[in-house]
Ligand binder design. Structure first.
Ligand SMILES: Cc1cc2nc3c(=O)[nH]c(=O)nc-3n(C[C@H](O)[C@H](O)[C@H](O)COP(=O)(O)O)c2cc1C
Length: 196
């Protein structure tokens, strides 16, 4: 299987990098192909341009490559820190530019004047791993769990990825080395479960 791993964190050596590296190692150890993108390291430009809003435009080569990879992926793994209950802008820009209308999803007329969204990605699973400081209960009860909605319902849901998991590692700021080792074990187990 081909599994896309998309990381949005600026600092090499961060716990987010450890999560992404653990996911990639697990994919390879299971004999699958990891399509890994460290968006900051590759200098990904998150700004969607006017021509990209046209139907079937000629995309910049790096964006076309991202689009083709995600369309061919059997699984998608997203890794990022929680920034203002959102992914970092670089990763939001990746969704804007690489999950395109007509390729990752489409809207089909419903015959009643409206449109029904239809997912077009063939990936059979999606995982969102992210790190936070806010306790999970507060994220859910006070903020309404925006990242759960964004990844599981909006992004994976709209693109047709049905088997989805998210894991919010929190509170990262007070986590011990031992806790982080256990969290990485959990990453390994979560990814492995989809590859067996
Ligand atoms: C711009 C910015 C915004 C942040 N917003 C939040 C937030 O809304 N909720 C939260 O729990 N943590 C927030 N944080 C803390 C990060 O989630 C935390 O630093 C990160 O998960 C640590 O991951 P790392 O150890 O891999 O660097 C924010 C951090 C930054 C820099």
């Amino acid at each position: 299987m081909k599994i896309s791993v998309i990381l949005g964190h600026p600092k090499v050596g961060s716990f987010n990098h450890a999560i992404a590296n653990t996911a990639v190692e697990t994919i390879k150890a299971k004999g699958h192909e990891a399509l890994f993108h460290d968006l900051y390291a590759e200098g990904f430009d998150p700004l969607l341009t006017a021509p990209e809003l046209d139907k079937d435009p000629e995309l910049p080569p790096e964006i076309e490559k991202h689009c083709q990879e995600i369309e061919g992926a059997d699984g998608v793994i997203i890794v990022h820190p929680n920034w203002w209950s959102q992914p970092p802008a670089i990763l939001r820009g990746w969704t804007d530019r690489c999950l395109r209308n007509g390729r990752a999803y489409q809207f089909v007329p419903d015959g009643k004047g409206g449109a029904t969204p239809e997912g077009l990605l063939k990936a059979r699973f999606g995982i969102a791993f992210y790190t936070s400081n806010t306790p999970h209960e507060i994220e859910e009860e006070v903020y309404g769990d925006p990242l759960q909605t964004l990844w599981l319902k909006v992004v994976f849901g709209l693109c047709g990825i049905k088997d989805v998991t998210r894991r919010n590692f929190t509170s990262i700021i007070v986590s011990s080395h031992e806790q982080r080792v256990k969290w990485l074990d959990e990453v390994r187990e979560t990814v492995s479960a989809y590859l067996d």
